[in-house]
Write a protein that binds this ligand. Structure first.
Ligand code: VTB
Ligand code: MG
Ligand code: MG
Length: 324
C-alpha cells in the first residue's frame, strides 16, 4: 500500500465519525414507517454529508452505497471532510436498511467505515458478492469454496458446540433458497435477515451473540464495510464477486477486479488501521434505534477500531430542541 503523506487516521477520528452516523440516524427518524425509502435515505445522506464536512480529515468515498438501488448516496470519488488531516478511504451507507426504515421494521442502521487512503477495494463496478463471515474460530477452518454443510460442521467443531446449536444468518432472498435448504439439511438453524448483512456479519464475528455465521450474496459495499469491522473484531470474512451479467463481469475485470477470486479481509481492506462506526436507526440486534425521551433524543452506536481491537458502545443524549 502506498504510504499516505499525511498522518494515519488516529483514535480521535472514531468519535468524530460517530457524530455523523448519529446525525444521519436522527434525521432519518421522521421517515420511519412512512413508506418512502428514498426520502429517508436522502435525509440521512444530507445529514451525513454535512457532519462529515466538519471533520478534520481528507476523506474520499470509495464506496457510497446506493447505486445498486438507485437511491440517494454519497458519490464514489466524492471528497468529504475539511481536507485537513489524514487521507482516508471511506465506505459509507447512511442507511443500511432503507426499506426497513420505510416500513418501520427493525435492524436499520447508519454506518461508515474508514481506512488509510488507497487501502479499500473499489468493488463498485460489481454490485454483489458472495460472503461468508464468522468469528475468529472460523479462521483456517471455514472456506467459502467448500459446501455450506461442511463449513457449518467445521465451525461447530472449532467452537465446541453441536451443529444443532449453530445459527446461520442469511438474507431472506429467493436467490438463497438452495443455501437455506442446505443449511437446514446440515442440521443448523437459519436466522433470516430482511436486509442488513453488515450487522449480520458483525454479529457473526462478535463474541457473545447468537449468530455463528453470516453467509450468502449481498451488496459489495456492505462487504468492504464489513471487512473494516471484522479487522477490528478479529473474525473471518471471505468474499467472491458475484456479477449478475457477462457485461457486469467484464466491467469488473476492466476495473481490475478478480473474478472467481476469494477476497480475504486483508484484500478487501489492505490497511491495518480501520474504523467502523454504526448508529441504530430502528432497534436491532447490533444497536438500538433512536428514541425520544422527553427533552432528549437518545442514540446508540458501536465504534470499532482495528488498531486497538476495541468495541465501544456510545449512548448519546442529544438535546431535542437543537434538532427539531
Ligand atoms: C444486502 C443488505 C442490504 O442490500 O447487502 C443487500 O445487507 C443486498 O441486495 O441491507 P438486495 O437487497 O438486492 O438483495 C441491502 O438489502 C440494502 O442495501
Ligand atoms: Mg443504504
Ligand atoms: Mg445498504
Amino acid at each position: 500500500m502506498q504510504q499516505s503523506v499525511y498522518e494515519s487516521p488516529d483514535r480521535n477520528l472514531a468519535m468524530e465519525l460517530v457524530r455523523a452516523t448519529e446525525a444521519a440516524a436522527i434525521r432519518a427518524v421522521p421517515f420511519i414507517g412512512r413508506g418512502d425509502k428514498n426520502a429517508a435515505d436522502k435525509a440521512a445522506v444530507d445529514a451525513m454529508r454535512k457532519f462529515l464536512g466538519t471533520v478534520d480529515f481528507d476523506g474520499v468515498v470509495v464506496i457510497g452505497e446506493g447505486e445498486k438501488d438507485q437511491a440517494p448516496m454519497l458519490f464514489n470519488g466524492e471528497h468529504v471532510g475539511t481536507g485537513n488531516g489524514p487521507a482516508c478511504d471511506i465506505a459509507v451507507d447512511p442507511i443500511d436498511g432503507t426499506s426497513l426504515t420505510a416500513a418501520g421494521r427493525q435492524n436499520a442502521l447508519s454506518m461508515i467505515a474508514v481506512a488509510d487512503r488507497g487501502s479499500m477495494l473499489d468493488a463498485s463496478s460489481v454490485f454483489y458478492m458472495d460472503k461468508i463471515v464468522t468469528g475468529p474460530e472460523g479462521i483456517g477452518v471455514v472456506d467459502i469454496r467448500k459446501p455450506i454443510g461442511e463449513n457449518i460442521r467445521a465451525l461447530a467443531k472449532a467452537k465446541g458446540k453441536p451443529v444443532e446449536q449453530m445459527q446461520i444468518a442469511v438474507l431472506d432472498r429467493p436467490r438463497h433458497a438452495q443455501l437455506i435448504d442446505d443449511i437446514r439439511a446440515a442440521g443448523a438453524g437459519t436466522r433470516l435477515l430482511l436486509d442488513g448483512d453488515v450487522a449480520g456479519g458483525i454479529n457473526a464475528a462478535r463474541y457473545e451473540t447468537r449468530i455463528d455465521m453470516c453467509v450468502g450474496t449481498g451488496g459489495s459495499p456492505e462487504g468492504v464495510a464489513t471487512a473494516c469491522a471484522i479487522k477490528a473484531l478479529g473474525g473471518l470474512i471471505q468474499t467472491r464477486l458475484a456479477p449478475k451479467t457477462d457485461e457486469e463481469r467484464q466491467r469488473g475485470i476492466d476495473a481490475g477486479l478478480k473474478m472467481d477470486h476469494v477476497y480475504t479481509a486483508d484484500e478487501l481492506v489492505r490497511s491495518e488501521n480501520t474504523f467502523f462506526v454504526a448508529t441504530g436507526v430502528t432497534d436491532g440486534g447490533l444497536v438500538e434505534g433512536v428514541r425520544r425521551k422527553g427533552p432528549i433524543i437518545r442514540t446508540e452506536s458501536i465504534v470499532l477500531r482495528s488498531r486497538s481491537g476495541t468495541i465501544r458502545r456510545v449512548i448519546a443524549d442529544h438535546l431535542a430542541e437543537k434538532w427539531l
